[in-house]
Structures are given as structure tokens and as C-alpha cells.
Design a protein around this ligand. Structure first.
Ligand SMILES: *Cc1c(COP(=O)(O)O)cnc(C)c1O
Length: 377
């Protein structure tokens, strides 16, 4: 019973259906499966999503898209980030749908498409205030025209990405509304050129939760589908009236087991740096899960293991391959008992993230391949 990540696909489906119910049947869902499905396993998540009615998938690397194709995925796969020139052939081999945001990339893709006697779908990415990839709002129409004039390309979609949609702070709400207004203006300018912008999409998890007016034709919620509400829904937010509260259940659980129980004496220290000293004689459980498995070292001294439904504080530093839990002087815990490190009976990855000073995305992404994924329906 080694350290492993349990992936509850039934919970993923529940989250997917909750999003579907919220946005309505007429909109499409793009499921971001970048970074191996936020650590959950891209292929399994892709299959589950498509069976549930997702329209397409999103990846960040060309190799991620190619892996999905190798796994038998036929649905459209959007490539969210800007690839290198030498990756262009692989984009065609895997028939990925890249975000484009400048004329160099448009022309390079078109050249390859013509040479291969094929046509590639692309989405125009517009930077409305994220400050990352995407073209300026006032260049959107010209770039859309350039794409429309390319015999090898098809403008299949137009998109933007929000910087603070996962905040219910009034300034951030206003900023997202401003980004959305700039996006609408850019899309209108494309239509005014007589060009069909294709599928119009913008909303990440935060925007699915807080900004119904940004759902357009398709939404791209990631972390929400994996079970973490990017933001709580404020009850007093006017534009949310009429919506049922969204329910999301964490999909991943990290489980290990007690491989050794040892007695330590009052005054003994445990683990590197000797940061923890036994206040009394006690029992220490050694658990083979460490930061190389994805248990963040920054959570040392701030986290716990759940064994047999009881909570035991971790003692001392989390090591590369091990952590230790303080079982107390009297304990029912037995060697080989299962220990839950996050999710399930234990607090979830969002709580662990808070303890380690990060976000749940980083926790689930960092669960390494040393911890096999075990899928449960
Ligand atoms: C990762 C990503 C998303 C999903 O973001 P969440 O915060 O997980 O909902 C959506 N769109 C793009 C372009 C992304 O890169």
C-alpha cells in the first residue's frame, strides 16, 4: 500500500455537471488538462470529460497534446501557450488548435499548412489585461483579417484570459468587467470586418463562479472541475442572484501508510534540522511520503496525517521521501495502517496550500509520478 494519489472520477463528473448546470446547455466546455490534468492524469480526465459532454481540451505544451492523441483522443485540443518554431510540425502532426497572437506565428502556421496541403484551426488570443500572451485589443481585427486571408488557416475561435476573476474584491470585480468590455469590443471589431470570430471564450474557474456575463460561447474552468472553488460566492453579489450555489468536491486524495512505529523519549528530536523535540515520551509513525512525492516541505510543522479517522500532527521537517507523525503516548495506530495526507478524510489540497503558502493548483500539479494514480468511479 505505497504512497498513491486516489483520483475520484465520480467527483470530477459531479463538478463537471455542476458547471454544466450553471452555464446552461447551450454553452460549450473546454476542460484544461495541462500539466497532466493538474496532476490528476490528463488522459483519464480527458476521457471522462469528453464522455460527459465536454467540447474540447486545453493543454500548455505541444507534447501534452501529442500524448492525448496517442491515447486516442479525437476532440479538439487547444494549445494555450506560445510554442517554439521547431514545434510547428508537431502541432500539425497532432492537429492541435493553437492560440495565435501575432503575425509571425500566423504566417508560419499558414506556410506549414500550405506545404502540407491541409488547413489548421486556430484561435485568436487577445490580451485584455492579463499582460501575458495575446494581441493588443486594437490589433485584433487586423490579425483576424490576416488569418481569414490565409488559405491554410481557419479562425475557429477568439479568446482572452482574466487576471483576477477569482477575487470578489470590488476592485478586482471591476477589473474583470473592464477586461470583459475590452474583449467584447475586440470581438465586435472582428465582426465589423465581416469575419466570424468562431467560438468566443474567456471564463476560467473564477469567472464561471463570479462573472456570468463572461461565459460567451464556451468556458474554460480548470481548478473548479478538479474540486477547488477558486473563490467563494458572495451572497450579496447581484449578478449571481438566480443561480444555485456551485458545489465542487476535491478530486484528488494523497494516501500513504505507516511503515514503522517507533518510541521516542521526552527531549528526543525528529528529522533534519532538529526542529521538533518530543515534549513527552511518545510514538512516532514514519510515513513514506515526502516533498519528492508532492508533500510540500514548506508545510513542515503546519500539517498532519489522518490515520484511522484521527488527526496526528506531523513532527519535524518533511523530508524528500518521508514524513513523521506524532501518535502520542497511547495509540491505536498499527504499523501498515493507511495514512491520508490530503483530501478524503484529511483536509484538502486547498488547506495544505494555505499551510504551505501556495495555491491548490501547485499542490496537485506537484504530486509526482512516484505516487501512482489510482482511479475510482
Ligand atoms: C489554465 C488555464 C485556464 C484554467 O484556469 P483555472 O484558474 O484553473 O480555471 C483557462 N484558460 C487558460 C488559457 C489557461 O491557461
Amino acid at each position: 500500500m505505497k504512497t498513491r494519489a486516489i483520483i475520484h472520477l465520480d467527483r470530477f463528473l459531479g463538478n463537471f455537471n455542476a458547471v454544466r448546470a450553471r452555464i446552461g446547455q447551450n454553452r460549450r466546455i473546454c476542460v484544461p488538462v495541462k500539466a497532466d490534468g493538474y496532476g490528476h492524469g490528463a488522459l483519464q480526465i480527458a476521457k471522462t470529460s469528453l464522455e460527459a459532454g465536454a467540447f474540447c481540451l486545453g493543454v500548455a505544451a505541444v507534447t501534452e497534446g501529442a500524448e492525448l492523441r496517442k491515447g486516442g483522443i479525437n476532440a479538439p485540443i487547444i494549445l494555450f501557450s506560445q510554442p517554439y518554431p521547431e514545434e510547428i510540425p508537431a502541432i500539425f502532426d497532432a492537429n492541435l488548435t493553437p492560440f495565435v497572437s501575432d503575425s509571425w506565428f500566423i504566417d508560419a502556421l499558414n506556410e506549414t499548412a500550405l506545404a502540407r496541403k491541409t488547413r489548421l484551426a486556430v484561435h485568436l488570443k487577445i490580451d485584455t489585461g492579463m499582460g501575458r500572451i495575446g494581441c493588443p485589443v486594437d490589433e485584433a481585427a487586423a490579425l483576424a483579417r490576416r488569418i481569414a486571408d490565409c488559405a491554410g488557416l481557419e479562425l475557429a475561435g477568439t479568446a482572452t484570459h482574466f487576471a483576477v476573476a477569482d477575487s470578489s474584491n470590488a476592485r478586482d470585480i471591476a477589473y474583470t468587467e473592464e477586461q470583459s468590455a475590452r474583449f467584447v469590443k475586440a470581438v465586435d471589431s472582428i465582426r465589423a470586418e465581416g469575419i466570424d470570430p468562431g467560438i468566443v471564450h474567456a471564463a476560467n474557474s473564477g469567472a464561471v463562479i463570479l462573472h456570468p456575463d463572461t461565459w460567451f460561447d464556451m468556458v474554460r474552468p480548470g481548478i473548479l472541475l478538479y474540486g477547488y472553488k477558486a473563490v467563494e460566492e458572495p451572497e450579496n453579489l447581484q449578478k449571481l442572484s438566480g443561480f444555485e450555489p456551485l458545489r465542487a468536491l476535491p478530486v484528488m486524495e494523497l494516501r500513504s501508510a505507516v511503515v514503522l512505529i517507533k518510541k521516542v523519549k521526552k527531549g528526543d528530536t525528529v528529522s533534519y534540522g532538529r526542529t521538533w523535540t518530543a515534549a513527552n515520551d511518545t510514538n512516532i509513525a514514519v510515513i513514506p511520503a515526502g516533498y519528492a512525492d508532492g508533500l510540500p516541505r514548506l508545510a513542515s510543522g503546519k500539517w498532519q496525517a489522518v490515520i484511522g479517522g484521527n488527526v496526528y500532527p506531523l513532527a519535524g521537517r518533511i523530508c524528500m521521501d518521508l514524513c513523521c507523525a506524532d501518535l502520542g503516548q497511547q495509540t491505536d495506530v498499527r504499523r501498515w495502517d493507511e495514512a491520508v495526507l490530503f483530501g478524503g478524510q484529511a483536509p484538502d489540497a486547498a488547506a495544505l496550500a494555505a499551510a504551505a503558502g501556495t495555491i491548490p493548483y501547485e499542490i496537485t500539479c506537484n504530486v509526482s509520478k512516484r505516487a501512482p494514480r489510482e482511479y475510482k468511479n
